[in-house]
Design a protein around this ligand. Structure first.
Ligand code: ZN
Length: 207
């Protein structure tokens, strides 16, 4: 049985592969200081809601404790969580990845979740997560509605000016993801929230 079918469906409805908001066909685990009862940020598209950023020191410590070198598939994102991208080197093996993420979560007192934001470690965090799942999904639905409204407003307010192309280039419109001003109306990425929509099939957050 799929652990979290509603969330998967929510992501698919948006034309994204489940969990594929960052990059399509990329598989990773997330470790961070994240509240298991509220693990997903309220803005759309969803991303982990970090309570505080991960300190690099314990990450380095746990990496060096690993028998297998996996530094190349682990990094701390600009949002302050650790991403272990096991699909970028399948020779590492899932057991090693699972060992690392659990060890790191223990070390920092954080939690582990997969790229669809299913919190699964430690057990106490998983229990909290599962007990709050309806509320978590509800908030995601609401976030998605706000995002749709924002996008509709953006389209409604857009008035192309037929002349003076040079002037138009200096016009700005709000980012459809965070609402802050884009550099130009032609922008396909946002310097504030780091979303990048150059390729509509691969909308992702730049790191
Ligand atoms: Zn933005």
């Amino acid at each position: 049985m799929e652990a979290n079918p509603s969330l998967s469906r929510l992501l698919r409805e948006e034309g994204l592969p489940p969990g594929g908001i960052l990059m399509s066909f990329v598989h990773y685990e997330i470790v961070g200081h994240i509240d298991p009862s509220d693990p997903v940020a309220a803005d759309w598209p969803p991303h982990p809601k970090v309570v505080r950023v991960v300190d690099p020191a314990p990450v380095v410590r746990v990496l060096s404790s690993m028998a297998k070198k996996i530094d190349h598939i682990v990094h701390i994102t600009s949002d302050g969580f650790v991403r272990c991208q096991w699909s970028s080197d399948l020779s590492v093996g899932r057991e090693t990845v699972e060992l690392f993420v659990r060890r790191l979560a223990d070390e920092i007192g954080g939690i582990v979740m997969d790229q669809e934001f299913h919190v699964y470690y430690p057990d106490s965090a998983k229990e909290v997560y599962l007990s709050q799942l309806p509320e978590i999904l509800q908030r995601m639905q609401e976030a998605r509605m706000r995002w749709d409204q924002q996008r509709a407003l953006l389209m409604a307010n857009y008035r192309p000016m037929p002349f003076k192309l040079d002037v138009r280039q200096h016009e700005t419109i709000p980012c459809p993801y965070c609402g802050k001003p884009l550099r130009t109306y032609l922008a396909k990425q946002c310097r504030f929230c780091k979303m990048d929509w150059h390729d509509p099939d691969n909308v992702h957050r730049r790191e």
